[in-house]
Design a protein around this ligand. Sequence first.
Ligand code: AHG
Ligand code: MN
Ligand code: MN
Length: 419
Amino acid sequence: MRTSILSLAVVVATTSAFTTTHNAPTTAFARTTQLYSAVTEDAPPAMAKPRTKAPIFDEVCETTGVTLTRFMSEVAMLNPELNELTTLFGAIDTACKAISNLVKRSQLPSSETLGYEGAVNIQGEDQKKLDVITNDVLKRALRFTGKLGVLASEEEDEPVDVVGPNSGKATEVIFEEGDRYVAVFDPLDGSSNVDAGCPTGTIIGIYEHDENCELDDDCVGDECTEEEARCLANTLQPGTNLVAAAYCLYSSSTFFCLTLGNGVYLFALDEQLGEFVLTKPDVKIPSGTPIMSFNEANLENWDAPLKGVVQGWRDGTGPSGKNFSSRYIGAMVGDVHRTLLYGGIFGYPGDKKNVNGKLRLLYEGAPMSFIMEQAGGAASTGTTRVMEIVPEIVHQRVPMVMGSKDLVKEVTDAYAAGN
Ligand code: AHG
Ligand code: MN
Ligand code: MN
């Protein structure tokens, strides 16, 4: 039988964690110890034991509200080793609010932030002005936390040193003692939507960096030794190494969705307060929802197994017997957000032209898969769990489907059967 962390919290907590923890932290520690003897049985192997202790807010959501800042300080109290991570999330919190403002104001003629930058990124995509601006916002926010050694972004050719004397130069990566984390991000996901005012997002993944890395200050590009190149590859970690993943969605509301490896927390921005407020403390993806989210115009070029499953969903001949509806925004954050809340499946598969699809493993596929799995869903290439793929290059693409477990399983079963 599956034990839910939240239902256990109801049994254990007699007062709200907000009040209890505030007045008597030792009680919160004791309660948390009991909470984490509960391990979900249907979790994927790498998640069987939660990596972090999560604060429980079983009543406060409906009353006082819990801000993201408050939430992160509770996390730091329960997990002293994550103290520096909470500083990093302070910066990400601010950056997401700044990007939300930029996206909202972009429609005003005076903002002059719509349209193309006139440059092409390393992946051959035309950069929009807002791709570049939002990348700078995140980079600057993270640089000055003092907690980050290196970052990789969709809009940077190579990983970027954020603390050393060469900071900002894309080919130079330097670690300094005390820098604990590596950040990967897609600063503006779905930027082709932005001119029309449709949903966009930001995706962030946080890894620990290898403490044993020693990089010479003079390490630049090809001059780096093999060992230094290995350190540079700190960004090339599989999703199973993620310490945290988050996305911001800029839509009818601005949302902040977070996992620290023990469930998924959803916050919405209260613009009056200027704070993200916890709205769903334990997001779980529903099953049995007949919604699919693909760019179906590419269907003829997909692998036969996926094509067969999707055709079954279209005409109601799949295992559920239901005729599926299609919902596709064309911005992964928006499509995955809806999938998380309503259930269903989202995917960007490979096709004959682009065998690995379009989504990037490091800063799109892996962080969103971490969130999806933590919400009780699944993410697969069709044959491999996305979280287990070790990236070989920063901008590596990955074909994937993610969403309700039952639907992802239909796809992986079809691949296994070679249908
Ligand atoms: P980005 O704007 O960061 O390059 O990402 C766009 C991605 C993803 O968000 C979305 O799911 C996909 O591109 C949509 O691609 P199509 O237009 O080919 O459907
Ligand atoms: Mn993207
Ligand atoms: Mn992007």
